[in-house]
Design a protein around this ligand. Structure first.
Ligand SMILES: [Zn+2]
Length: 369
């Protein structure tokens, strides 16, 4: 095995390799980029390379440490196990007392947003203060192998007042530990934290690379592979876990909402559309928002007069082209800003149906003026 087997983002891989080779490993790094581009995978590979028994600037994948750390990749199983050990009906005290820590080797921990269902049924997974305190304590322990590595997935979900715990570790970093924070967008983190991390921005992969990864899925014939790769927009992780039929349906539904807004339908129609979209939705609301952004991006390019060569949603090109003739940049920017705001409110658990209705209604009113 080798770091170079990581698919995509070769400059980041080369930088990590260089750090290990020179022995200058930073105490904190931030991996930022879209969901499913391999941030967690590369963090795990780095942890292996930092601790491999045989190699110093890469990992063999065969020694005991490499194999133990490799098991971290099965996060869903580890989360399930962790939650089962804690007990089903965890209250907030239990959550703080028994923080969710994924650990397959004592030196390498992964923290993921805790999906505990608290009293409010819509609570979204967040990093809890107990998890951050556990990292704070453990970061100063001497490693059993070579380096303690803490992978903090969903770093954007920690509350900003809790983030100060992190700041303390970052201000007086332990010699033998590295924290790797993962987040979709660095600007979702406190500036004081962001600025103390070495930042890496992950790009989406090329369509062909995502298709290559999709060969691992034998349930997808070649023709569907291309469609799935296109919908995944450069994220192999998204492509691998995608239900193609559901994903295609979601795009169509979101486009219908946009069409209803643009075609100046009555608010009754808009309510019907948004209700249908949000109620029947199995996907996380963040994914629905991503689809909105993707379609709006196409609309923006089409309305600006691009030929539509590189549309993100080529299958919906005809309808997008029709709609693009009825809107301008200002309108599209307005929708994007409204969605940004909704995304922000969502972090504070606003009723999602209410949010979408309000946006649809106000934009359709704006159009009618
Ligand atoms: Zn090894």
């Amino acid at each position: 095995m080798s770091l170079t087997e990581f698919l995509g983002n070769p400059r980041i891989v080369a930088a990590l390799h260089g750090m290990l080779a020179s022995g200058r490993v930073p105490h904190a790094m931030l991996f930022a980029g879209p969901r499913g581009v391999g941030k967690f995978t590369l963090a795990r590979m780095f942890a292996q390379a930092a601790n491999c028994e045989r190699l110093t600037d890469d990992f063999c994948g065969e020694c005991d440490r490499c194999r133990a750390i490799a098991r971290l990749q099965d996060t869903q199983a580890l989360i399930k196990q962790g939650l089962a050990e804690r007990g089903e009906s965890a209250d907030s005290a239990t959550v703080e007392r028994v923080p969710l820590i994924l650990e397959t080797h004592p030196d390498v921990w992964a923290m993921v947003p805790d999906p505990v269902r608290l009293k409010t049924p819509v609570a979204r997974p967040v990093l809890h203060v107990g998890q951050l305190r556990a990292v704070q304590r453990a970061a100063y322990f001497k490693p059993l192998a070579k380096r303690r590595v803490f992978i903090i997935d969903g770093a954007d979900t920690m509350r900003w007042d809790h983030a100060n715990i992190f700041l303390k570790i970052l201000e007086e970093p332990p010699e033998t530990a590295t924290l790797i924070l993962l987040a979709p967008n660095p600007y979702l983190l406190l500036p004081t934290i962001r600025s103390r991390c070495l930042q890496f921005f992950f790009s989406p992969l090329a369509l062909e690379q995502v298709e290559q990864v999709l060969r691992l899925r034998d349930d997808l014939p070649a023709a569907q592979r291309k469609a799935a790769a296109q919908l995944a927009e450069g994220s192999p992780g998204v492509a691998l876990g995608m239900n193609l039929a559901e994903a295609t349906e979601l795009r169509k539904s979101v486009l219908q909402v946009l069409a209803a807004m643009i075609d100046k339908g009555s608010s009754t129609d808009l309510f019907a559309e948004t209700a249908r979209l949000t109620k029947g939705q199995k996907m996380p609301f963040e994914s629905v928002l991503e689809v909105f952004y993707s379609l709006l991006n196409d609309l923006l390019e089409l309305s600006a007069g691009f030929a539509g060569q590189g549309l993100r949603n080529p299958a919906l090109g005809k309808e997008l082209a029709r709609l693009s003739r009825q809107v301008d940049t200002a309108w599209i920017t307005g929708v994007v800003e409204a969605l940004d705001e909704l995304g922000g409110r969502l972090r504070r658990n606003v009723n999602r149906q209410l949010g979408l209705d309000a946006i649809a209604l106000s934009l359709s009113e704006a159009l009618q003026k």
